[in-house]
Design a protein around this ligand. Structure first.
Ligand code: CO
Ligand code: CO
Length: 290
């Protein structure tokens, strides 16, 4: 089902397979409210780029699953590019169920902190449920360091994806896409990250499904493009959007101490975020694909 009768919300199956065939990546942008969602879909529509709008559990509890669902479904009626609403790093089956029942068609179940067999068992359950509702599933094997939402992973607990295990994992779970850990981390980097491209190439050789790169904030365009050449079809962007939005908003409010109209003070924040969205779509080479 969906909230709006003529919603055109899609899952990520076709958009990621097209990206895989044509060697680009679909950008997944984390949003938090109406304004940030508008910036992303407006820029993507102008650039004719497919787009994934992502929210973590923290975002959904902040803004409400039904509100976010209605905002993104409204966007799908206004623009004729493929738009997916995606559950980023969800861990609870009930949360996934709540959104899928509202009409969300793209899910990430993150069981990467669990032992291999338990990870497979939980992911398989989500895949069976989601596929029965027309939704696609991304899962993660290996573990990224850094902070995502309220989840903090120490560098010492991060773990690179093992290519052979990845093959078995994808076959046994039936996931539609796989998030890999190849040296990226969530949040901002303290030192220049070094990506393990040999490992990524090995994973690409053994695994058919589109691969997903998390923790791309702060990774050079060159390295992201190289990852795309090696099978990455979805690139997640979160931290790099929050920073320009907040900085521009702060600057405006500091410079205009009397400002009290959100229609005015949100404008420079949206404009600053928009530039980054455009830059990231170009980085992913996803413009003019539809
Ligand atoms: Co149902
Ligand atoms: Co992530």
């Amino acid at each position: 089902m969906s909230l709006l009768k003529d919603s055109k919300l899609v899952n990520t199956k076709d958009m990621l397979l097209k990206a895989q065939r044509e060697k680009y990546a679909v950008p997944a942008f984390n949003i938090h409210n109406l304004e940030t969602a508008q910036v992303v879909v407006e820029a993507a529509a102008e650039m004719r780029s497919p787009v994934i709008i992502a929210g973590t559990p923290g975002t959904f509890s902040f803004a409400g699953r039904d509100y976010i669902q209605a905002i993104i479904e409204t966007a799908t009626r206004k623009y004729d590019i493929p738009i997916a609403l995606h559950l980023d790093h969800h861990e609870k089956f009930e949360d996934i169920q709540a959104s899928v029942e509202l009409g969300t068609k793209s899910v990430m179940i993150d069981a990467s902190h669990l032992p291999f067999e338990e990870n497979i068992r939980i992911v398989k359950k989500v895949v069976d449920y989601s596929h029965a509702h027309g939704a696609t599933v991304e899962a993660e094997l290996g573990r990224l360091g850094g902070q995502e939402d309220d989840l903090v992973v120490d560098e010492k607990d991060s773990m690179f994806t093992d290519p052979k295990a990845a093959k078995e994992y994808v076959e046994r779970t039936g996931v539609d896409s796989l998030a890999v850990a190849i040296g990226t981390a969530h949040g901002l980097y303290k030192a220049e990250p070094k990506l393990d491209f040999e490992r990524l190439a090995e994973i690409q050789k053994l695994v058919d499904v589109p691969l997903v790169l998390h923790g791309a904030s702060g990774i050079s365009t060159e390295d992201v493009r190289k990852s795309i050449e090696l099978g990455v079809c979805k690139v997640n962007i979160a931290t790099e959007l929050k920073i320009p939005f907040s900085n521009a908003l702060r600057q405006y409010l500091v410079e205009n101490q009397e400002a009290n109209d959100p229609r005015k003070y949100m404008a420079p924040a949206k404009a600053a975020m928009r530039e980054v969205v455009i830059e990231k779509i170009k980085m992913c080479k996803s413009e003019n694909r539809y």
